[in-house]
Every structure is written in structure tokens, then in C-alpha cells.
Design a binder for this molecule. Structure first.
Ligand SMILES: [Zn+2]
Length: 327
């Protein structure tokens, strides 16, 4: 256990319970400091990560604080410790110890380390789609959306949440090493803004857990739903950060990037070339703009097959194909 996790455990409110996913919940200590009424429903949540990092989330007032090895103690983390009644002298000592540990690590070296992802909770009251026993019109809408996008309940753990802000959304959890480290909630109502509500961490790549040992290549696309269709990975945007590239390289597979057919996708192609990745721009018909469209039109199997067979490694050939693909 890290010094930070240790001090928190020692000052944790006596009445706490642990959920199956490893969250300790107890009456939040933050709310009345943030102008909200004091929590009496155990809406404060704490999780310890395997590397010694800790995250605190309050479902009452929304306060969050976390710490990861390699980082110094943040202002919010210090506040949290104060609110947990840790004496100031002890907070200073923990902070000093963390600082000393970090000084031993060269800053440059730290930058090249693999990113660390903290566990995060799904929206409050989220339930697995397969655990819903009583469907109302909102959860039915979500099911209908899934059917219309060819999403199946055995693709991944889809969630749904009955609360006002989320009931019109399909929630997709982001896993990393089997832990939930983020999520996206996609609107199922056409035209509803924002289309996505998400919680994500820098450097994260969706779908890495599914790139099993026996797969020869990993398909990398922009959006999570597209990734689900082809059991691939998603960048969560049209850029590949150095940390994302590091995580993809670590798979030790051929990486096949499938760009969306827009200006951002064309930049993604250049970045893929720079990283030595393959790019696939299948000869789909003109009105197909991404993997989702291709699946709607031709089904998953054909889409996957066309991506695999059109994967190109040579920068010259990739650039020639890109001219046609983006034209
Ligand atoms: Zn709070």
C-alpha cells in the first residue's frame, strides 16, 4: 500500500461498506465544505488501484480527488485529507514523503512510462442492460437503438441508467485490465445534444483487453461503437497520443488504423504512417463514411474482412489510396 492509500484507510469514516467492484462507500466528507447539504446516504466512494493510487468520488456534491504514484499530492487531495480529519502535520509528512519518492525518478523517464488509469464509477444507479427486469419506455428506446445499430448484448457489458440526465443514453464502460476506468454515454435520441457524455483519462485506448493473444492484428478506429463492431480498439478521437501509441505497440500485433472519411481522418492517416502502423481504407461505396455505416449496409463479417484485406503498410500506397478515400 502507498503512503497516501495508507493514511486514507486509517482516517476513513468507521461506517463504510465495500461494493463487489471494490468501491468503499461511506458518508461523504466533502459536501458541506462545498455548499451542499451533508451526506447521510453513503454517497462518498473510494477505490484503491493495484499500483497504490487512490480515487475519491462524491455522488452527492460531485467532488473528486485522486492520486497516482509518480505525482505529487494535489490541492484537492490535501483538502480531502483535511476533511477526513487528518491532522495538518500528518498531511505535510505524507506530502513530503511522496515528494521524496518522486524526486528519485527522472522526469524524462516518467514521461515515457505507460499511463496509469484510475478506476472510476459509472453514473450513479447504472445497471447492466442484461440485469434490467422491468423495461420502461426509456430503457426500451435504448434496446431499440442497439438493435438498429446491430449491437448485441454479448458484445460487452452495456449499461443503462434511469436518472434524468442518462435515461436516453446507452452507456459503454471503458475497461483496462478488467477495471472500469471510464465510460461514454451515447444519446439514443436523434439530434439530442450532447451526443456523448464521457469520462475518459489521457492516453486511454478503448478495447485493449479484447486484443487477445491469438489475434494477429488489432484494428484501431476513432469511436467506441465502431470498435465494438470489429472487436477493435478506439482512440476516442482522431489523434494518436504518444501514450496511446505506446499501449498499441505493446500489443505486439500489426496495428491497422481505419480512419473516418473526413478531414480529421486524413490527418490520422499521416500520424499512422509516422508511427509505422498499417492503414485500411476499404473500397466501400461512396455513402459509407465509417465502420458503423459499413456494418449497417453489409454486416460485421464483411466489414471486418474488407478491413483486413485492404490493410496497407507502404506509406506510398497508403497516400495514394487516401487520395481516393478522402476525395
Ligand atoms: Zn460531497
Amino acid at each position: 500500500m502507498s503512503v497516501v492509500a495508507d493514511v486514507i484507510q486509517r482516517y476513513l469514516p468507521a461506517k463504510s461498506k465495500t461494493t463487489p467492484s471494490g468501491w468503499q462507500s461511506f458518508n461523504a466528507v466533502c459536501c458541506h465544505h462545498n455548499g451542499t447539504t451533508r451526506d447521510t446516504r453513503q454517497r462518498g466512494g473510494l477505490i484503491s488501484n493495484p499500483d497504490g493510487g487512490v480515487s475519491y468520488h462524491c455522488f452527492n456534491c460531485g467532488f473528486k480527488a485522486s492520486w497516482q504514484p509518480g505525482r505529487n499530492l494535489s490541492y484537492k487531495m490535501r483538502k480531502l485529507l483535511q476533511w477526513m480529519n487528518v491532522p495538518d502535520s500528518e498531511i505535510s509528512q505524507v506530502s513530503l514523503e511522496v515528494l521524496r519518492e518522486n524526486e528519485g525518478v527522472e522526469a524524462q523517464e516518467r514521461k515515457l512510462q505507460l499511463p496509469v488509469f484510475n478506476s472510476v464509477p459509472l453514473p450513479d444507479d447504472a445497471v447492466k442492460i442484461t440485469d434490467i427486469t422491468d423495461f420502461d419506455r426509456y430503457s426500451m428506446n435504448v434496446l431499440e437503438y442497439m438493435a438498429s445499430r446491430h449491437l448485441n448484448v454479448d458484445d460487452t457489458d452495456y449499461f443503462w441508467c434511469p436518472s434524468l440526465g442518462y435515461r436516453d443514453r446507452l452507456i459503454i464502460p471503458f475497461y483496462y485490465d478488467s477495471r472500469i476506468v471510464g465510460w461514454t454515454a451515447r444519446s439514443v435520441v436523434p439530434g439530442k445534444k450532447p451526443k456523448y457524455l464521457s469520462e475518459t483519462q489521457p492516453g486511454y485506448v478503448y478495447g485493449l483487453d479484447d486484443q487477445s493473444y491469438n489475434k494477429v492484428f488489432a484494428i484501431v478506429c476513432e469511436g467506441q461503437i465502431d470498435a465494438i463492431h470489429v472487436e477493435g480498439c478506439a482512440l476516442g478521437g482522431s489523434e494518436i497520443s504518444d501514450q496511446q501509441a505506446m499501449l498499441l505497440n505493446r500489443l505486439q500485433k500489426q496495428i491497422i488504423v481505419v480512419p473516418d472519411r473526413d478531414a480529421a481522418g486524413s490527418k490520422l492517416v499521416e500520424r499512422a504512417i509516422e508511427l509505422g502502423f498499417s492503414v485500411s481504407m476499404p473500397n466501400w461505396s461512396r455513402e459509407i463514411n465509417d465502420i458503423g455505416d459499413a456494418v449497417d449496409r453489409h454486416g460485421r463479417l464483411y466489414t471486418l474482412h474488407s478491413i483486413a484485406t485492404c490493410a496497407e503498410e507502404s506509406p506510398l500506397k497508403i497516400r495514394l489510396q487516401a487520395k481516393k478515400w478522402f476525395n
